[in-house]
Design a protein around this ligand. Sequence first.
Ligand code: SF4
Ligand code: SF4
Length: 715
Amino acid sequence: MQILAIVVSLAVAAVGIALFGKTIGHIVSVIKLGQPVSRTDKPGQRSATLAKETLGHTRMLQWSHIGVLHWFVAFGFIGLFLTLVTAFGQLFNAHYALPIIGHWFVFEWATEFLTWTGLVSIVGLIVIRLLNLPKGHLARYSRFFGSRAWQAYYVEYTILGVLVCILLLRGLEYELGAGSKFHFPTTFFFGTALFGGLSEQALENTVYLVAMIKILISFAWMITISLNATMGVAWHRFTAWPNIWFKRKADGGTSLGALQPIMIKGEPIDFENIEELDEDAALGVGKVEDFTWKGLLDFTTCTECGRCQSQCPAWNTDKPLSPKLIMMNLREHAYAKAPYLLASSDDERQSLPDLVKAEQERPLVGSPDVAVIDEEALWACTSCGACVQQCPVDIEHVDAIMDMRRYQVLIESSFPSELNGLFKGLENKGNPWNMNPSGRMDWAKGLPFEVKQVGTDVETLAEVEYLFWVGCAGAFEDRAKKTTQAVAELLNIAGVSFAVLGDGETCTGDPARRAGNEFVFQQLAMQNAEVFKETGAKKVVSTCAHCFNTLKNEYSQLGVELDVIHHTQLLNRLVREGKLTPVAPTDSALNGQKITYHDPCYLGRHNQVYDAPRELLDIIPGAEFAEMPRNQTKSFCCGAGGARMWMEEKVGTRINLNRTTEAVETGADKIATGCPFCRVMLSDGLTAKQADGSAREEVEVADVAQLLLASVKRG
Ligand code: SF4
Ligand code: SF4
């Protein structure tokens, strides 16, 4: 028995280690096919982030009970590694224990603790998977829909098998007299129950057998994952570490907020000298090897857990976009095409199997019959960031999607036809509605005070405290104009000096950038940057979550540093300082009313502003605040972001109706928000629901500022 156990175990382990090393080399060479990008700034902070996210499981704990179970499985994998070393020793000597620590009670107790907690946790995770399997007509809404079930089961049952072997070996060691019950506090009893009464020879033979089984299970796993380099559910144990370390924000923030500029050879394109660019330079991503190496590491790391998919507004309204499937498809394609890209000569390329050559021919984006990514899926993204927020291993889906859009727009001229109107309006008139810029001050007509305009009423912004960035919606969209007026009025009441740019303001470029049109974004942003420099803009207040995000996070890419605040943050501060006083209404529309709040994605997930608007609503006397089930980090998009506001929603159900239904179901009389785009989408959703009788006529959508103004004006 012993000889057989030694020969079989060593042979399988040798094959496993050799294949494992070879596959790691292959994975590294595939990732190195990606374009350069620098992710090594602030190494100390990156290491601290990695330690926090792994030791604290901070990303996993967004799904609390699963996070706890995963913690024990993950740390069992690391902490119980020495039991594998012990098993090899036991093949040669059934009484073997590790030198120095082998019989140290701390090591023995820790081993038993990690084994039992790992066992309970893996059984828990298996049960959770079984309970959430895709089933029947609701299969699509399981987060595991589209994940490769056999791979997950294989990994889970491997862990279960290894843990059972550890317990059996501990029981056998006790029976062989390796120590007292004190050293085997949780395993002595079944050692006695299962193996009590066996002769020493029989016990030793059983040790050889169980040690061999443990080694075979472990190395069969190693061989299996080595033969499947795209088995993310297993490989993430190794790749998640670098993926977290190299994520965009060293300080641990999610990779949201700013979009990155288009890079060529690791450097942002200089749009002022665009003519110097190589003719064949890839603008965006048109082939899988155009992604950065971090992108390829992202695809490799996806565990197929489906948390991203479960939160995606497009997927939840029956569109073909699943961020998980995007990652999986890109990974399969990258690894299937890699032999072609890694071949060193034409002869080698010609000798590759037909399947590899066919993969090389596949377009990255296009019809789902042939392309890697369905174009409908690519354009369905609202850039809401729910996927990035949820991903436990910090995958950067939005960057990948936007880079593919850029190539489609800038190189292929292939995009939804509705975007033509958006691009035309932005290029010709500097706003998505194609309105005459001379109408940018119309919102201020009829206000009972003067709104100062830079260039007309003040020379520069040094004369006032804030630049009030009105935004295109705030200037041209009738519902959003009410927000603009309310904010101006509140600032006036609070005695805050501000000025606006009037027709000196141009769209920030957010819709162009999210639609993939980086040229138009750069053109608009450079124009605004010039105005900011001329007028001395420093402190800016914005009512639009998209403008807020772009000015705050993206204009620094053009060398403009602004101190940008959202109007709900500024108003909240003014209330705290006693400069605005909401009072209990007696006959106002807010008395005794219920208010719910919709988190704009670009205010919440992209910029972590969750409290200020809630505190404002909470403080309004006489009104009751009701939270929607999906709120804050798990809020559900209104459907307008990612330039979706200007695209038809032809597939599936409507995102805005989904969200409005949730808002109406809270019983709210007022649906408050802090972004003009959310406001339009929710208002349209509410109108549709009121028309079919599923929402009360009295329900209204309003900006937080309007509700505050109604309360302040009572005073
Ligand atoms: S950003 Fe939002 S819409 Fe786009 S893939 Fe992620 S979750 Fe889906
Ligand atoms: S991308 Fe992240 S959240 Fe989505 S399935 Fe992969 S690991 Fe899970």
